[in-house]
Design a protein around this ligand. Structure first.
Ligand code: F6R
Length: 609
């Protein structure tokens, strides 16, 4: 995700900002920029690429500035480029803004501002902010920002600097982190604690709806109506490496915990406020082609392929069109029956996976329309596909994919519902029912995370096992595939997933006393059948961890441990079911002393065939 730093004090601001940004580099970014106040002017530099490119551009710059803001950008709206990098300015160059998050209603605001004569330079959502500040400014930056945030929908941490108010920074937060670092005769702002640790451990954690007014001598925090808020000082005791992980022991755990936010962001702006329709403005497919599509292929590797397996069932059921899920490394060698009436969906977190990219090229060669679902704006896959649906998960650092998978699932639902809408294959009330439930997934994911210690306790009992089986039916089976992959890649326990009804055709021979069997039973229509399958393994004295939806307590009679997920539409259950499986794999891996974030033999981005 993007990074923010701000400084006001008596030191040279440029090195302080650059140093702060360098502490946020681990989060991933595609461009960086700073703006400082100097000689009654705002001096701005921003560059595509690494921080070193920005530093080079700043060589020889006067180091007199004592106040400024900086940003590392991870593109969401608009490709990575110098122009789209932050800070962004208004028409007059009087205000500059850095922003983390997504302004959902930016198109509407942009039209409104353009009609008033404002001129835009970038493709970003952020650029509406300096123009809004310009519109509302009457000589007091804080009052202007207060008016601006009233107009915003979405998530943000915003910092604004004004040419006419030297030594003052004003900031606001909603659903995106913002902290103040308290110094002696100097103060700091940052999106994350690591950017502050070199200078101070005394911080104020800013809450949603609050506005910060910062000078070298004073920090004032107020709520949306301008009423002062008294904040407790939070003394940071974390080591630097721990701080990078937001206080979590590993990036994987941090990313598991980021899922409620990532799910919310990926849905943001893509459902009408009344939950009537899916809006995928990014798809430029003409209606005639949408109606003509006679087959869909979802092509990907590893975890992304597992998201494709869910997508297959979801799209088939919503759109009533045949869907194949293909492993990318197999796709182009099997002579797939792809043609101009096919829709090929390639799924890739990194957007750089060589096999997926090759499959995309093959699909295009065969005349198909290709949609990419990816997490990285400007990646090779995003550039070569005809259309792109981004997962707004933010950078994923741990090798084991977690938040990318759940946000890929969200894109599968959105795409399925969008196709159903365009082709009229689903009644409006059913679309609405699913959309309402989709919006609730984020809060339900939080509830599962609240149960982490119980899952950790269960995991500890399985740390010395060498084999595990994951079973399920329907969508539960395909989530079992992902659960097994998570466990094997980070704990090195041999894990296999099976459709529960298939066990007795061979694999049951391996189910003996105390073998762990993780049984997924969230699908209402298949629940009774699943209970019978669990009884089969129970009779062989296997050790059973069952996952079921709340209320299905019958499962406890046949399981050693039961983990409940909040009730949801059965089609959406995979988003929730996978979270306990991620936690299970994580805790087993920690208990076995494995390198959780960098498992042996694996790389985050596989750019070779
Ligand atoms: C597993 C995992 C991998 C990736 C796969 C595809 O946790 O991360 O299986 O899912 O290598 O990578 P992307 O999605 O970047 O194409």
């Amino acid at each position: 995700m993007c990074g923010i730093v701000g400084y006001v004090g008596s030191r040279a601001a440029v090195p302080v900002l650059i140093e702060g940004l360098s502490k946020l580099e681990y989060r991933g970014y595609d461009s960086a920029g700073i703006v400082v106040w100097e000689d009654n002017q705002l001096k701005l530099e921003k560059k595509l690429g690494r921080l070193s490119v920005l530093q080079e551009a700043l060589q020889g710059t006067e180091l007199n500035a004592r106040c400024g803001i900086g940003h590392t950008r991870w593109a969401t709206h608009g490709r990575p480029s110098d122009i789209n990098a932050h800070p962004h300015t208004d028409c007059t160059g009087r205000f500059a803004v850095v922003h983390n998050g997504i302004i959902e209603n930016y198109l509407e605001l942009k039209e409104w501002l353009e009609a008033k004569g404002h001129r835009f330079k970038s493709e970003t959502d952020t650029e509406v902010l300096p123009h809004l500040v310009e519109h509302y400014y009457r000589g007091d930056l804080k009052e202007a920002l207060q008016k601006v945030v009233e107009r915003l929908e979405g998530s943000y941490a915003i910092v604004v600097i004004c040419r006419d108010e030297p030594g003052r920074l004003v900031a606001a937060r909603q659903d995106s982190p913002l902290v103040v670092g308290l110094g002696e005769g100097e103060n700091f702002l940052a999106s994350d604690i690591p950017a502050l640790l070199k200078h101070t451990r005394r911080t104020l954690i800013i809450d949603d709806g609050e506005i910060v007014d910062l000078t070298a001598e004073n920090v004032a925090v107020s709520n949306g109506t301008g009423k002062p808020v008294k904040k407790e000082v939070f003394e940071v005791t974390w080591e630097e490496s721990q701080a990078e992980k937001g206080g979590y022991a590993h990036f994987m755990l941090k990313e598991i915990y980021e899922q409620p936010r990532a799910l919310r962001d990926t849905l943001s702006g893509r459902i009408t406020p009344e939950n009537h329709r899916v809006i995928l403005k990014e798809l430029n497919i003409d209606t005639h082609l949408v109606k003509k599509i006679n087959r869909v292929f979802i092509v990907a590797c590893g975890t992304a392929y597992h998201a494709g397996l869910v997508g297959k069932q979801v799209i088939e059921s919503l759109v009533r069109v045949p869907v194949e899920a293909d492993i990318a490394s197999e796709f182009r060698y099997r002579g797939p029956l792809v043609g101009p009436d096919s829709l090929v969906v390639v799924v890739s977190q990194s957007g750089e996976t060589a096999d997926t990219l090759a499959a995309l090229r093959e699909a295009k060669r065969l005349g198909a329309r290709v949609i990419a679902v990816t997490n990285v704006v400007g990646s090779s896959i995003s550039r070569e596909a005809d259309d792109v649906i981004y997962t707004w998960a933010g950078p994923e650092i741990a090798v084991a994919s977690t938040k990318a998978y759940t946000t890929q699932l969200i894109c599968m639902y959105l795409l399925g519902l969008w196709l159903a809408q365009q082709r009229g294959t689903l009644p409006q009330n059913e679309i609405r029912e699913i959309l309402v439930e989709l919006r609730e997934l984020s809060a339900k994911a939080e509830t599962i995370l609240d149960n982490n210690s119980a899952i950790e306790e269960i995991s500890r009992q399985y740390k010395d096992k060498e084999n595990a089986f994951f079973i399920g039916r329907g969508l539960d089976y395909v989530v079992a595939e992902e659960g097994a992959l998570k466990l094997k890649e980070i704990s090195y326990i041999h894990a296999e997933a099976y459709p529960a009804g298939e066990l007795k055709h061979g694999t049951l021979a391996l189910i003996v006393k105390d073998v762990p069997v993780i049984a997924l039973a969230t699908q209402k229509a298949l629940f009774e059948k699943m209970v019978s399958n669990i009884k089969e393994v129970n009779a062989r004295e296997a050790s059973i961890i069952a996952l079921a939806m709340e209320g299905n307590t019958e499962i406890e009679k046949v399981a050693d441990h039961t983990i409940y997920i909040p009730a949801t539409h059965p089609m959406l259950a995979p988003v929730l079911t996978v979270i306990p499986l991620q936690l299970l794999a994580y805790h087993v891996s920690v208990a076995r002393g494995c390198d959780v974030d960098k498992p042996r033999n694996l790389a985050k981005s596989v750019t070779v065939e």
